[in-house]
Design a protein around this ligand. Structure first.
Ligand code: FE2
Length: 343
């Protein structure tokens, strides 16, 4: 009986075994992410509901996730990398981790400023790097531009994170593009001279330093402030009461903005599903989930969010240089920071 049973099972499975690999190939997506927001769960569940493609998520911190894909090499199961800051996406691109994607839908939905010109990565939400100020000591009109941060009147009054961090490298990339390297260096020297203390901590720490009276101004990304502005905790409310934000350079080149973005990896085993996923991220529904999950603005201009902590992006003059420039300038940005000893 036993051999016969085995034979009959093999016979029964013959057809599904032939079809299974092709079906399995497009029914999963391996997503490598350095985003870890609760609302992303709904974002991914909705994609699975719409397409039947299951998402396997691998999470790690920003630089670690890129390192992991690099180490996995040609055998990497990674289909899509999602991370933050064009400067970081550029690093992944430099390592040859992405493959270009040509999608009329992505090209029409995402403004050209917020995606890689060669299609290796695309921005899906926007954040701005702004100036936080102590409302009790600084009037909004006192500080209007990034350039103002170098004014000696702010001597000993500015807090910022390290120059090695990609957020500051990208801001410097924009300064270099607008001012030229020499003027950008003079600016960095002035800001460095105005620092209250050596750079330390993340952007939330800078906000806390302003609230604590250690400094009067700080450079921060908008979502850190917005997160506190939407918090129910009394200490967060007290911080936001004391610390305001200014969108710099409204009368010149606009406030420096950056992206959360994603690209399809070079060795993606499920390329079709990966492109489909990127296109899904540009849909109205996903744009709301994706941006709201971290208090960012949708990159698709027609999609509105009602975020009480963030002014509508249409009301803000944003810098429209292509964010790929921030990556291209990164090595120069680091050299400029090093020359002025901004740690
Ligand atoms: Fe951040």
């Amino acid at each position: 009986m036993k051999p016969l049973k085995a034979l009959s099972i093999a016979g029964f499975l013959a057809v599904p075994l032939v079809l299974a690999p092709a079906f399995a190939q497009e029914s999963v997506l391996n997503l490598y992410s350095s985003r870890h927001y609760q609302t992303d769960e709904a974002l991914y569940a909705n994609f699975t509901k719409q397409t039947g493609v299951k998402i396997n998520r691998i999470e790690a911190s920003d630089d670690a996730i890129i390192e992991r894909i690099r180490n996995e090499g040609a055998k990497s199961p990674a289909d899509v990398l999602i991370t933050v800051d064009a400067g970081r996406l550029w690093r992944a691109e430099q390592l040859g981790l992405f493959q270009p994607v040509k999608s009329a839908l992505l090209d029409s939905r995402i403004p050209s400023s917020f995606r890689d010109p060669s299609g290796q990565w695309f921005g899906f939400s926007l954040r701005a790097r702004v100036i936080a100020y102590d409302r009790t000591k600084v009037k909004p009109g006192d500080i209007a531009t990034y350039e103002d941060l170098a004014d000696p009147r702010w001597n000993g009054k500015i807090c910022t994170r390290s120059s090695a961090h990609v957020y500051n490298l990208s801001l410097m990339g924009a300064m270099i593009d607008h001012l030229g390297e020499a003027k950008a260096e003079a600016w960095a020297r002035g800001v460095k001279a105005n620092l209250a203390h050596d750079p330390k901590g993340g952007d939330t720490d800078q906000l806390k330093s302003v609230a604590a009276g250690e400094c009067e101004l700080a450079l921060v990304n908008t979502y850190y402030w917005a997160r506190l502005a939407r918090s129910a905790k009394p200490e967060d409310k007290a911080l936001v009461d004391k610390v305001g934000i200014v969108f710099p350079n409204q009368s010149s080149w606009g406030t420096h903005v950056n992206i959360s973005g994603a690209g399809v990896l070079k060795n993606a085993p499920h390329r079709e599903a990966a492109v489909r996923f990127l296109e899904y991220l540009a849909s109205d529904e996903a744009q709301r989930y994706f941006s709201e999950g971290n208090n960012e603005w949708p990159v698709v201009a027609s999609v509105q969010i009602a975020n009480p902590a963030l002014a509508p992006i249409a009301q803000i003059k944003v810098d429209l240089i292509n964010v790929a420039v921030l990556g291209r300038n990164q090595p120069t940005s680091q050299k400029v920071f090093d020359r002025v000893a901004w740690k």
